[in-house]
Design a protein. Structure first.
Ligand SMILES: NC(=O)C1=CN([C@@H]2O[C@H](COP(=O)(O)OP(=O)(O)OC[C@H]3O[C@@H](n4cnc5c(N)ncnc54)[C@H](O)[C@@H]3O)[C@@H](O)[C@H]2O)C=CC1
Ligand SMILES: O=C(O)[C@H]1O[C@H](OP(=O)(O)OP(=O)(O)OC[C@H]2O[C@@H](n3ccc(=O)[nH]c3=O)[C@H](O)[C@@H]2O)[C@H](O)[C@@H](O)[C@@H]1O
Length: 451
């Protein structure tokens, strides 16, 4: 099929590249000329494992092209995907302005009947708005073409986006008519062969499903983070609790990790947008308000812990491992690391931070002479008092603890992701502070620090 993808970000680029990889011809359009120029040179603007290979293969094969020109992008297209951003507006709702704008601009240039698929995450009712606006435009233009709108939210995760797209748990499609459902079913058939993963529904339910899923995920994390705080107080280890509770198949082991709060471009903004939608419809979601509150508080946890142990942070040097909001991405949108670093700097500390890929993003948003973004995990620890682990990149999982014990001035690790064995770390000569891992461990480990 001939496809156009409008908005070439984490979702648009993965969608375009993967759909080209199964034989479609995909034209990817973005209004960011710098991004398109890089893509045309074969330079992938985001870090996403495996993406560069799929993009190169399909660009070389002539199935994947990039442009800033909407007319070029949509000519010949049977299906147009809208994958532009839907960032939070001031009141917490999702700003769907770019979606409407992109849809209207695309429709101006169509040269056949098309299905216009909204892939961006949008509040319930947005596809109705897009449909109405587009129909009005077609009437004004006296266009001979028919545009059918459909909803097809994306569930991929950054860091495993290619695999998630190619082997989806489910493909949710919301349509107003059977013809567009038939077309989308055909488009997704390569991912749907052995097991029917396509879940067809009405458009509003499809839009809602995306928010419900992210709200559910955020709720699990906030509940675990809240339980972790209590576990610490009552002398339990949240890691043991996670293993025990998660063994119940109704609960499951996935997405049950206590940590430094959820970040990224989606869970925070989608929970906030859903809360806004609920309030606007006089059905406030009390539970989600708590989920958000817990998450905001959790982002301060590491700073509080470091302060509790070191006391006055002024003049201290803190090593930070991990800046991206999660491993295997360079995305720092709403990353807990930013909250921690800003708090440390405000308290007068110096920060030496390392991330395998996300440092340039942080350098662009925090410009402070007391923040050094260094080239390796070891380098971050040189001259540092303590080490704080914020993102669980694989390369941080098994460090040389004895080297750390010798190198850090006040040998202590604050493990924001509970990736280390507390006993072993302590045996190696470091104090250990995890998340929700027992007040007894913490109490025993805390020793006064001399300046
Ligand atoms: N990042 C993720 O993992 C996921 C994101 N989503 C949703 O997908 C949507 C896109 O998210 P991302 O890919 O992360 O965003 P992004 O910010 O990485 O990319 C959006 C792209 O759209 C372009 N754009 C904006 N307005 C445009 C317009 N009028 N015409 C042409 N291009 C335009 C921007 O220049 C940018 O390159 C959002 O609604 C998000 O909630 C859904 C699932 C996963
Ligand atoms: O709508 C979206 O954009 C996407 O949002 C999330 O994907 P993503 O933000 O890429 O990353 P996640 O793996 O969900 O992690 C989100 C945050 O939660 C944190 N997290 C995750 C899992 C966990 O057990 N504990 C925990 O603290 C991560 O560290 C990270 O900060 C969802 O998982 C995707 O299904 C969805 O498509």
């Amino acid at each position: 099929m001939n496809l156009a993808v409008i908005g070439v970000g984490y979702v648009g680029l993965v969608t375009g590249a993967c759909l080209a990889d199964v034989g479609n011809h995909v034209s990817c359009m973005d209004r960011d000329a710098g991004k398109i120029a890089r893509l045309e040179r074969g330079d992938i603007p985001i870090f996403e494992p495996g993406l560069d290979e799929v993009v190169r293969r399909n660009a070389t094969g002539g199935r994947l092209t990039f442009t800033t020109d909407m007319a070029r992008a949509v000519c010949d297209a049977d299906i147009i995907f809208i994958a532009v951003g839907t960032p939070p507006a001031e009141d917490g709702s999702a700003d769907v302005g770019r979606v409407l704008e992109a849809a209207m601009e695309a429709v101006r240039y169509i040269d056949r009947d098309v299905v216009l698929v909204v892939k961006s995450t949008v509040p319930v009712g947005t596809c109705d708005r897009v449909r109405d606006a587009v129909q009005a435009l077609l009437r004004t233009m006296r266009s001979p073409w028919k545009v059918t709108v459909a909803s097809n939210p994306e569930f991929l995760k950054e860091g495993s986006a290619i695999d998630d797209f190619q082997r989806p748990d489910r493909i949710v499609v919301g349509t107003y008519d059977t013809a567009s459902l038939t077309l989308l079913r055909a488009l997704y058939s390569p991912y749907n062969r052995n097991h029917d993963r396509l879940i067809a529904m009405d458009v509003r339910s499809s839009e809602f499903t995306k928010y419900a899923a992210n709200a559910m995920l955020a709720t699990r994390i906030s509940l675990m983070n809240e339980l972790a705080r209590l576990a610490e107080k009552v002398g339990a280890d949240i890691e043991e609790v996670r293993r025990g509770a998660g063994a119940d198949p109704r609960i499951g082991h996935h997405f049950l990790y206590a940590g430094v709060g959820y970040g990224g471009s989606c869970l925070p903004k989608d929970v906030s947008a859903l809360s806004r939608l609920a309030a606007d419809n006089d059905e406030p979601l009390d539970l989600l308000a708590g989920v958000q509150r817990v998450n905001e508080r959790q982002k301060h946890l590491l700073f509080e812990k470091v302060g509790k142990v070191l006391g006055d942070l002024s003049g201290r040097t803190i090593a930070v491992w991990g800046l991206a909001f999660k491993p295997n991405t360079d995305d720092i949108r709403d990353a807990p690391s930013l909250v921690l670093i800003r708090e440390l700097l405000a308290a007068g500390a110096r920060v030496r931070a390392y991330d395998p890929v996300a440092a340039p993003g942080v350098a662009a948003v925090i410009k402070d002479p007391d923040l050094a973004l260094v080239g390796s995990a070891r380098d971050a620890c040189l001259g540092a008092d303590v080490l704080v682990v914020v993102t669980e990149w694989r390369e941080f999982k098994s460090p040389d603890f004895r080297w750390l014990a010798k190198t850090l001035n006040q040998p202590a690790i604050f493990d924001g992701r509970n990736i280390y064995d507390a006993n072993y770390v302590q045996e190696c000569g470091l104090r250990y502070f995890g998340v929700g891992r027992g007040e007894t461990v913490i109490e025993a480990a805390v020793v006064p620090v001399t300046a």
